[in-house]
Design a binder for this molecule. Structure first.
Ligand code: FES
Length: 143
């Protein structure tokens, strides 16, 4: 009887932990996904927007029907930027931002914030795009 009660108690604690983790994950994910970019233009091989769109944010995601894959742009501590494709390099499925890394739910690969693989099966880093600061705008070259 005691074992059964302990089992139920542990199960309830595990469920609560999962819900809290999911809730935190969703919150981080959603808050970063809804960035409003001013002056956004998307052309065949280039994204451009006003740098002021970053505000105090350190990371911005851009997904659009004109883009094949979602793009993440990260502002570094030194004020420079880098951009990556949100696509796993194992079998090219979408990756998710976890708050401090990227995770591919298909087979479990993880990548650090620089896009470097930290958990197999992916062995190659996330694809990087060239970023260019041009006046008040940031240009991301998608080639
Ligand atoms: S497609 Fe991402 S780990 Fe396999």
């Amino acid at each position: 009887m005691s074992n059964r009660r302990e089992f139920i108690k542990q199960g309830a604690q595990a469920s609560l932990g999962s819900c809290l983790a999911l809730s935190v994950f969703s919150s981080v994910f959603e808050s970063c996904k809804t960035a409003a970019l001013t002056g956004l233009t998307i052309e065949e091989n280039e994204i451009s927007f006003h740098l002021s769109s970053f505000g105090s944010k350190k990371i911005i995601f851009i997904s659009d029907e004109r883009l094949k894959d979602e793009v993440v742009i990260v502002k570094k501590k030194d004020g420079t930027y880098y951009a990556m494709k949100m696509q796993c390099t194992h079998q090219m499925n979408p990756v998710r931002y976890t708050g401090d890394s990227f995770f591919c739910p298909t087979h479990g690969s993880t990548f650090d914030m620089e896009g470097k693989p930290t958990t197999a099966p992916a062995m190659r880093p996330l694809q990087r795009f060239t970023t260019i600061e041009s006046g008040t705008r940031l240009i991301v070259k998608l080639t």
